[in-house]
Design a protein around this ligand. Structure first.
Ligand code: SAM
Length: 455
């Protein structure tokens, strides 16, 4: 373990819950905690393919600690999107949301800093099917990873965008919930990533604090009046946590929301100077990494402005819809065309899709069904993982070993029951497509996602 900077330790001296000895000790111990969060849309009868015991994480219905860290790369269910490997403290987002909004009604949510997708996939599991999640990441390469994770999760009501937070001001009063998991100085992850210690400085804390204010101020107009902001960081520093809450109350007139947190969870409730509540996770007190989260309500401004639709997106015609219907569930979906590519989008959300397409740099939305070539569909990987494929489409079940070969894009030693396009599955969970020809099987697992190593 690298040496924790004195400047960090001194700066935390008056932060509530800081126990210098215990904090230093837990960092020196080198203990690593592994946790996963299951995808309720892809239930698995047996937990990941490894002999590991699971213990529930108390603040979420879907998260579990693992008794040891397996090689997730060689578990087909990981690639099928049955679970997401995520740090335990950050799953407290579920409490923040459950306790501040009515999750039984349709909502529009913006996850402002979303890559690689931990919070977005979690949010998607918590909202109703007719809710819309805009999952944004400003850095292009990271937005691509976010897109892959959203596809793997099998979501149809998520739009992935690559915009600067300021661009969301184009959507005044549009969102019911704004999640800002802000870029921060990262002290909360030092135990997991000791290399990051070298990059930490008091100056970077100051810079992050200013950037956090800028990001929040930029995106604030997009939140509805009475909408909820969930702000989080993985920093212990007051400048990035309590001070930001004070700033939100003073400058943006946000109202703090207190959460009910059982004492046994050992999460430290803190307050800013003006009384705003925040929740800090210390790794010497909880089984998880350092994390801070707070919820605030927007009290003024944010009347939704009705945006005018300039161009309607092109929708698939009746013949094309019939072709799609041979492959997938079509009821409740609109099919949006972009050249030959067709995207399935929940029909109830099509008007929103059109408006957002006009205002944002959309990287991905709905489910990419595939390319339509006259009356034929070349199915997309996203369709395979979406859960929307008709039962009439053939399935080729694979063993664990065969599934790894498939995920490595190697030749498959199997003989599908029928010719043509088939979904390959492992333990009933789709992994992707193959096309069985008379003399060979074409493996359509995306090249850029393939496992490069051998087990
Ligand atoms: N929410 C993500 C999750 O749970 O998987 C983690 C987000 S991480 C804490 C912060 C993200 O903010 C990074 O993906 C980073 O690229 C992004 N970011 C960096 N600079 C930013 C900026 N100026 N505005 C908004 N986001 C930014």
């Amino acid at each position: 373990m690298r040496y924790l900077p004195d400047s960090l330790m001194n700066s935390l001296a008056d932060v509530k819950g800081f126990d210098k000895e215990a904090f230093a000790q837990v960092h020196a111990s080198g203990e690593q905690i592994t946790s996963i969060r299951f995808n309720p849309a892809k239930p698995v009868s047996q937990v990941p393919n490894f002999p590991i015991s699971l213990a529930p994480i108390p603040w979420t219905n879907y998260g579990f600690y693992l008794s040891q860290r397996p090689s997730f790369t060689f578990d087909p269910l990981f690639h099928a999107g049955c679970y997401y490997v995520q740090e335990a403290s950050s799953m407290f987002l579920e409490q923040a949301l459950r306790q501040t909004v009515d999750l039984s009604r349709p909502m529009k949510l913006l996850d402002l800093s979303a890559a690689p997708g931990g919070k977005s996939t979690h949010l998607q599991s918590l909202i109703t099917a007719d809710s819309l999640l805009v999952s944004n990441e400003v850095i292009k390469s990271r937005a691509a990873v976010l897109k892959d994770n959203i596809i793997k999760w099998g979501s149809d009501n998520v739009m992935v965008t690559c915009n600067d937070p300021s661009h969301f001001a184009r959507l005044p009063g549009y969102f019911d919930v704004l999640v800002a998991d802000a870029p921060c100085s990262g002290s909360g992850l030092f135990r997991r990533d000791p290399e990051a210690i070298g990059e930490w400085s008091l100056n970077s804390v100051q810079l992050c604090s200013q950037r956090q204010q800028r990001i929040l101020a930029d995106a604030w107009p997009a939140l509805k009046e009475n909408g909820v902001l969930i702000y989080s960081t993985c920093s212990y520093s007051r400048e990035e946590d309590e001070d930001i809450l004070d700033w939100l109350e003073q400058e943006l007139k946000a109202e703090s929301l207190q959460l009910a947190v059982p004492a046994g969870w050992n999460i430290v409730e803190v307050q800013g100077r003006s009384g705003a509540y925040g929740y800090r996770f210390w790794p010497d007190k909880v089984k998880g990494e350092g994390f801070f989260i707070a919820c605030l309500r927007k009290t003024s401004g944010g009347q939704e402005t009705r945006l005018k639709l300039k161009n309607k997106p092109e929708v698939a015609g009746r013949t094309e819809a019939a072709t799609l219907g041979r492959w997938m569930q079509t009821e409740g979906y609109d099919f949006i065309k972009h050249e030959q590519t067709v995207y399935a989008w929940p029909a109830a959300l099509t008007a929103d899709l059109s408006i957002l397409l006009q205002q944002l740099r959309v990287v991905y939305s709905g489910v990419r069904a595939g390319e339509l070539l006259r009356d034929k569909l070349v199915p997309d990987h996203a369709l395979a993982l979406s859960g929307l494929v008709n039962d009439a489409i053939g399935r080729t079940p694979l063993t664990n070993e065969e599934a790894i070969l498939y995920l490595q894009r190697k030749d498959l030693p199997v003989r599908p029951a029928a010719a043509g396009w088939q979904l390959v599955t492992c333990e009933g969970q789709p992994l992707g497509w193959i096309n069985a020809l008379p003399n060979r099987i074409n493996n359509y697992y995306p090249k850029e996602l393939r496992i490069l190593r051998d087990n």
